[in-house]
Design a protein around this ligand. Structure first.
Ligand code: AMP
Ligand code: ZN
Length: 145
């Protein structure tokens, strides 16, 4: 397993270390979950690795695996406890993508039919041949990893 590292000036590392308060909901050797301080809806959780890692691009596979392993039970808890009928799992990487806290985190947001929350999701399309070329580029890129 990746050796745990902490950043003294990172708010989430400080929460994991118990230096800052949080409403903890789950903790194991590798991950920690707590209530978001500015909830989009009551029961909005954050799931984080205990080791400091800025964003998902740099996340070691074993840490990603630990996070992914608990996501389903975390989502089930959001449904049960928040009385949700759905859950959004949101994960921002980079300031341009809305990341404010530079320690990897997954938002779990309880959803109901009439909650009025929504997305700005501008649907586009591809020119002829563009999707084929992009698909090829992705396959080549991923085959080298
Ligand atoms: P993001 O924009 O994806 O980086 O989201 C960061 C999230 O961290 C926001 O939803 C904040 O409300 C939340 N947050 C920041 N500080 C704290 C804190 N001390 N305790 C709980 N949640 C926090
Ligand atoms: Zn950190």
């Amino acid at each position: 397993m990746t050796t745990q590292s902490t950043q003294p000036d990172c708010v989430f590392c400080r929460i994991v270390a118990g230096e800052l308060p949080s409403h903890e909901v789950y903790s194991d050797d590798h991950v920690f979950a707590f209530l978001d301080i500015g909830p989009v809806a009551a029961g909005h959780l954050l799931l984080i690795p205990k080791t400091h890692c800025q964003n998902i691009v740099d996340l070691p596979a074993d840490v990603a695996s630990a996070l992914g392993g608990v996501l389903p039970s975390m989502a089930r808890a959001v449904v049960d406890v928040a009385g949700a009928s759905g859950v959004n799992i949101l994960q921002n990487n980079g300031a341009c993508a809305g990341q404010v806290v530079d320690h990897v985190h997954f938002h779990l947001i309880p959803r109901t039919d009439d909650d009025g929350l929504g997305f700005r999701w501008r649907v586009g399309g591809y020119e002829a041949g563009e999707a084929e070329a992009l698909g090829q580029k992705f396959r080549e890129n991923l085959s080298q990893k």
